[in-house]
Structure formats: structure tokens, C-alpha cells
Design a protein around this ligand. Structure first.
Ligand code: GDP
Ligand code: IMO
Ligand code: MG
Length: 421
């Protein structure tokens, strides 16, 4: 049995959480494989909106085992906070959330380092969520990080003290002062909370599940254009957000990867710094932001908005081997008479290209094709057949340009506002 992988194909916030929740009923296991509390995955059903940061988006289905994989970075304080909030909805995470012992721990000092590094970058700052993601992955790669399994060892405190002493030296180098002693107290309390969970060798467990024929969905965080290798470096996150991240972040062999589900907005957004070729600074951009309620689910920051960028999606489709696309927030385009689609770029050197250049700053302007909008509300649509012809034409147009089928058209934040083809 293969593992399906669900990925955002833009700069994050495509609507991954909604679709994981929507599809989760069909799966036995949902597993996060990278990222950490920089993610904000929103799910809406029964009139309630939930935003998940650390916890996989399968938790609302009691039959599902949710795994936090080794590729994830875990903030125990945020995790505990999330777990306690979910208790109010009778969701008891100790029952169905397993955590890999190889998951890296985010320490309070990692968050301080994140802030120090960002402050030192001045106007070139990444726009990090300041959750300590980059510094934690740095320590992982530098072979000095602390992992969830370490909390069970007698010398955890000593290991912690040694790493924090190193962090304090770096903070001193950056002249960055922050008193994180309160957070440290919370951290150690939350470490005790973690001990209530099943701490597992998740790579062993997942391969056992594969052999048993269990169905597994790997839930990506962020988006392919934020990938550490292939994204708009250095304005990226610190993990592999593309499909290969699911292999290393869960211990899945490539031959066991099944369908790759690519989540895209019908337009595009980005939060934080970095190039964004189709970004709009006009009334259209403003309208997308207002109608789409484009504010970050983790930081509350206003998201930058623009038209869909096909060369960028084609590029990441190759990296991911996307089997099908799911188009989100289609309803946000309801008020547009025409919709623009970027099909190529004009570079500053005069060339026209359909390929993503090494440096996106080399792009002078996107080249657009215009598509007829539907200019009416999609609110009452219940099946694909009921869509106005212009929606179907937009779907066919994108399928044709991207050589990939679109299997879902989403028309609102609620679980029910999801139209399968
Ligand atoms: P994720 O990080 O990919 O899970 O996405 P976020 O949760 O950060 O952002 C997506 C936002 O769009 C959330 O507020 C969702 O509730 C909302 N959303 C998802 N699908 C749709 C849709 O089809 N239409 C509208 N209007 N909102 C949607
Ligand atoms: P989800 O899973 C959108 C962005 C940040 C910043 C850059 C680096 O909800 O789609 P980091 O905190 O990782 O050091 O930030 O990446 N970023 C996201 N943008 N959605 C996310 O997650 C993001 N996670 C990180 O804004 O530009
Ligand atoms: Mg999000």
C-alpha cells in the first residue's frame, strides 16, 4: 500500500489543512513530515474554526492515528497549548497522536536565536514566523540538536544546559538580549506533558503500517516555493517542503509514495519577505486580500496577494511529480470580470521565458493571459455540473497548461464547501 502525499505548491497557506481534514476519513494514518509551528493549518466544520500548528490535521477523526514524524521540529509548549485547547472539543490527543523519538525539539533559546538572526539582517530579513524553525534545523544539521527521545534520558538537563550555553554565546555575539527564563519553565513543564504521549520509532511503525495495508496520508506544511533547496532562497523555510521531504521526514522509501496531491489557490499569496513575481499592488490585490481574508493563521500578518503563476507551478510539479491538483479559494474570484494568469516572464535582460530563473529578481514583469471570470456567487453550488461554464473553462484551461488534472474545486472554508469532480 502506498503513502499519498499532500503538498502546498505555492508559498504556503494554500488550504492544506482543510483538504487533509476533508480527505482524512479515507485514511488510517495522517503524518506530518517537516516544518513545525510556523505552520497554521485551518479547518472549519460545524461552524467552528480550528487552527493547527504542530498537530496533524487528521485529529478530528477519532479512528485516525496521527504521527509527528522525525522530519518535524516540535515546540513542546505550543504542542501542549494546542492539545489543551482541543480537549474542550473532547479531542484527547494522547490517544491518537504518536511522536517520533527522532523529532527535533525547539528550545526557548532557538526562538531567541531566530529573533537575533532576523534583527541582524535588517531590511533583508526573511520575515520568519520567529518560532525558532531555522535555528532548530541548523542544530539538527550541525549535529548538536536535542530530540524528543532525549527527554527520556537521565542526562537530558545536562544536554539542554550545554546547548543553551552555546546559544547564549551566539546571542552574545549578536548583542541580542532576551530573558527567556519564563519560557524555559514552560518548556520543562511541557516536556513532562510530552511524556504522556506514545514516543515511537515512527519510521518503523509507518513501514509496518505499509506492510499491513493501512492507508497513509503525509501532510506537508508550507509550500514548495518555500523549500530550502528549490524555493526562493534565502527567502524560504529550513526544510524540504517538496515530496522528497516525506521520504526523509517519515522514513518512507520512494517506491512507497503513491498519489501526490498538489494544493493550489486559484490565485496566489505569500507572507513574509522575498520575490513574488505576480504580486499585485492595486485594487485587485486589495480585493483578493479582503475577500480571501488573507491574514496569516500563525502570525496574523497581512498576506501579499497576486495572480496565479503557472511557470512556478510547472517547476514544482516536476519536483513533486504531482498526480492531481486541488484548486482552493475559487470563490474569492467571484467578483472578477476577468482573471489573469501568468504564463511566462519578461526578464530584465529583455528575454521572455516560461522557466523560473535562478533569481526571481531578474524578472521585470509577468506575462499574463486573460480568462473570462464568472462574476457571480458560487455559494450555492453543490456539484461540479452546477458550476457556471466560466469556472469549468478556468479549470480546463489550468489543467491544459499544467498537464495535470484538477480533482477538487474548493468554494469556501467549510468542510462541506468542497466540490469533488
Ligand atoms: P494551510 O496553511 O495551507 O492549511 O492554509 P491556511 O489555513 O493557512 O490558509 C487558508 C485559509 O483559507 C484558511 O483561513 C481557510 O479556512 C481558508 N480556505 C480554505 N479553502 C477555502 C476556500 O475554498 N474558500 C475560502 N474563501 N477560504 C478557504
Ligand atoms: P503553512 O503550513 C506561509 C514563511 C514565513 C517566512 C519564511 C520563513 O501554514 O502553509 P520560518 O518561520 O519557517 O523561518 O519562515 O517562510 N512561512 C510560511 N508562509 N505558510 C506557512 O506555513 C509558512 N511557514 C513559514 O512567512 O517568509
Ligand atoms: Mg497556513
Amino acid at each position: 500500500m502506498a503513502v499519498d502525499v499532500l503538498l502546498g505548491l505555492q508559498w504556503g497557506d494554500e488550504g492544506k489543512g482543510k483538504i487533509v481534514d476533508y480527505l482524512a476519513g479515507k485514511y488510517d494514518v495522517v503524518a506530518r513530515f517537516q516544518g513545525g509551528p510556523n505552520a497554521g493549518h485551518t479547518l472549519e466544520f460545524d461552524g467552528i474554526k480550528h487552527v493547527l500548528h504542530q498537530v496533524p490535521s487528521g485529529v478530528f477523526h477519532p479512528h485516525i492515528i496521527n504521527i509527528i514524524g522525525n522530519g518535524v521540529v516540535l515546540d513542546a509548549v505550543i504542542f501542549q497549548d494546542e492539545a489543551e485547547k482541543l480537549l474542550k472539543y473532547d479531542i484527547e490527543l494522547t490517544k491518537n497522536v504518536y511522536i517520533s523519538k527522532k523529532t527535533q525539539l525547539i528550545l526557548p533559546s532557538h526562538r531567541a536565536l531566530d529573533a537575533a538572526y532576523e534583527a541582524s539582517k535588517g531590511k533583508n530579513k526573511i520575515g520568519s514566523t520567529l518560532k525558532g524553525i531555522g535555528p532548530t534545523y541548523q542544530d539538527k544539521i550541525g549535529r548538536s540538536g536535542l530530540r524528543v527521545g532525549d527527554i527520556l534520558s537521565d542526562d537530558f538537563q545536562a544536554k539542554y544546559d550545554a546547548l543553551v550555553a552555546k546559544h547564549r554565546e551566539i546571542l552574545g555575539f549578536y548583542n541580542y538580549e532576551e530573558d527567556f527564563s519564563e519560557r524555559e519553565k514552560e518548556f520543562f513543564a511541557s516536556v513532562e506533558f510530552l511524556k504522556k504521549f506514545k514516543l515511537v520509532d515512527s519510521e518503523v511503525l509507518i513501514n509496518q503500517y505499509i506492510r499491513e495495508g493501512k492507508t497513509i496520508l503525509a501532510e506537508g506544511a508550507q509550500g514548495s516555493l518555500l523549500d530550502i533547496d528549490y524555493g526562493t532562497y534565502p527567502f524560504v523555510t529550513s526544510s524540504n517542503t517538496t515530496v522528497a521531504g516525506a521520504c526523509t521526514g517519515l522514513g518512507i522509501a520512494p517506491k512507497n509514495i503513491g498519489r501526490v496531491l498538489g494544493i493550489v489557490k486559484a490565485y496566489c499569496t505569500r507572507v513574509g519577505g522575498g520575490p513574488f513575481p505576480t504580486e499585485l499592488f492595486d485594487q485587485d490585490g486589495e480585493n483578493l486580500g479582503v475577500v480571501g481574508r488573507e491574514f496569516g493563521a500563525t502570525t496574523g500578518r497581512k498576506r501579499r496577494c497576486g495572480w496565479i503563476d503557472l511557470p512556478a507551478i510547472k517547476y514544482v510539479n516536476d519536483l513533486n511529480g504531482t498526480s492531481e491538483l486541488m484548486m482552493m479559494k475559487t470563490d474569492v474570484l467571484d467578483g472578477f470580470e476577468t482573471i489573469k494568469v501568468c504564463t511566462a516572464y519578461k526578464l530584465k535582460n529583455g528575454e521572455v521565458t516560461e522557466t523560473l530563473p535562478y533569481d526571481l529578481e531578474d524578472i521585470e514583469s509577468p506575462i499574463y493571459e486573460e480568462v473570462q471570470g464568472w462574476n457571480c456567487s458560487l455559494e450555492n453550488v453543490k456539484s461540479y455540473e452546477e458550476f457556471p461554464q466560466e469556472v469549468k473553462d478556468y479549470v480546463s484551461y489550468l489543467e491544459d497548461k499544467l498537464s495535470t488534472p484538477i480533482s477538487v474545486v474548493s468554494i469556501g472554508p467549510d468542510r462541506t464547501q468542497t466540490i469533488m469532480r
